[in-house]
Ligand binder design. Structure first.
Ligand code: NAD
Length: 389
């Protein structure tokens, strides 16, 4: 059983991530700070990534890549970038000649991830690519191969694998905080709106690769895997979609799944595009439950341990998850931190989502996950180790 001391240490370790980011801090423009080209100026870039880059010490904004010149000029002016640091989707490949760019951060609709990742590798840059990695397994494999051929790093932007609440949960799970894990339940969803351009492509199968499952279900699948520290052997899924709803012409609305793990644990979950914003998971173990609700929001996440008497509850400091992730990747490039979420990790979630989609097409039949994938680094220890640097 996990002790109060363990919790305090783990909580403190997680909080330390905050300052551990500072251990390796460098000033923007110095040899240690990594220049990022951000591709796509949509909601995530404008709302989270660019502000985070401004405050991040190991990484700085070096270029913008956009299909909208007016918007790009306005954003460049706001962030003090010269016009020469603005690229279009067409002249993007000329970033090869710009040594101020070391990383390309792909923040585009999912169907555009593979193309820009592979072009970035051809230009000799490292790539941080948003989740889901791509829209097909074949694209994921090409992205991984292109990174290897270019001898450059590919990291998938699974911010929760670097985030103190989720990392603390993983550490507590490894120490047996719930006893033997029996069930992980993950509920991910939000309300979508066809008048929002950011939702239009999410509701388009070709652009998103699979609606709510690809957009939000992926968090639940990824969390189940990192909480249990094992890989599923098979999966089955069901969908419930109101086909008269104009939002769901090409994608399913609610998809629910069950996965079986070698230990005997079951991972179940759902993703849905017609419910209030929800990103929650819980682990049911033989002795306790661990509940995180919210678990994966940009802020306000937390864990509760339920089922015992006077169980200590971890208090975990918040961080800027996007700044932390970009700092981490800067350190990966400098060889100071492991790549905890490489392309292979993104491919594994894609495999599972594709097996769920196959099961939907086969009326809920169980589909085997054909993969020998094992993580190279467990975030519970890899991210924890770095906090002690
Ligand atoms: P968004 O729609 O707000 O932005 C997408 C950008 O791509 C826009 O600037 C748009 O102009 C541009 N674009 C170029 N070609 C386009 C086309 N054919 N159709 C639509 N847009 C096109 O999306 P977003 O919410 O910023 O998401 C971008 C990526 O980031 C997605 O892969 C998404 O899954 C991911 N994301 C991750 C998180 C996270 O927490 N890690 C959160 C939100 C989004």
């Amino acid at each position: 059983m996990i002790t109060r001391r363990d919790v305090m240490e783990l909580g403190a370790g997680a909080a330390l991530t905050l300052s551990a980011g500072g251990v390796l801090h460098a000033q923007p423009g110095s040899a240690r700070s990594v220049g990022y080209a951000v591709v796509g100026l949509g909601k995530l870039s404008l709302g989270q990534i660019l502000p985070a880059l401004k405050a991040t010490k190991n990484a700085h904004l070096a270029a913008l890549v956009s299909g909208k010149p007016e918007k790009a000029r306005k954003v460049a002016a706001q962030y003090g970038l010269p016009e020469s640091a603005i690229y279009t989707y067409e002249n993007f490949d000329s970033i090869a000649k710009n040594p101020a760019i070391q990383v390309v951060y792909v923040v585009l609709p999912n169907a555009m991830h593979a193309d820009f990742t592979i072009r970035a590798f051809k230009a000799g840059k490292h790539v941080l690519c948003e989740k889901p990695m791509a829209v097909s397994l074949e694209e994921c494999e090409r992205m991984i191969a292109a990174g290897k051929a270019a001898k450059r790093q590919l990291m998938i932007a699974y911010r929760c694998q670097y985030e103190p609440v989720n990392v603390t949960a993983m550490q507590m799970m490894r120490k047996g905080a719930v006893g033997t894990p029996r069930l992980v339940n993950a509920v991910m969803g939000k309300q979508t709106d066809l008048s929002d351009p950011s939702d239009v492509w999410r509701l388009d199968r070709t652009m998103s690769g699979g609606g709510a499952l690809a957009d939000m279900g992926i968090y639940g699948i990824n969390a189940t895997r990192y909480l249990l520290a094992e890989e599923p052997v098979d999966v089955r899924g069901w969908a419930r979609t109101d086909k008269s709803d104009p939002r769901f012409r090409t994608v399913d609305d609610m998809v629910a799944w069950q996965m079986r793990f070698p230990s005997g644990a079951i991972g179940e979950g759902s993703s849905c595009f017609s419910q209030p914003g929800t990103m929650a998971w819980q682990v049911v173990g033989s002795e306790r439950r661990m509940v995180a609700d919210p678990a994966c929001f940009y802020g306000g996440n937390g864990i509760r341990i339920l089922g015992g008497k006077n169980d200590p509850q971890p208090q975990i400091a918040e961080i800027d998850q996007f700044g932390n992730e970009m700092n981490w990747f800067a350190d990966v490039i400098h060889g100071r931190a492991p790549n905890v979420s490489p392309g292979e990790e993104g491919l594994q979630d894609m495999r599972i989502m594709h097996a769920i989609m196959q099961s939907l097409a086969q009326g809920g039949q169980t589909v085997a996950i054909e993969s020998s994938y094992r993580r190279a680094y467990d975030p519970a220890t890899a991210v924890g180790i770095r906090t002690a640097v």
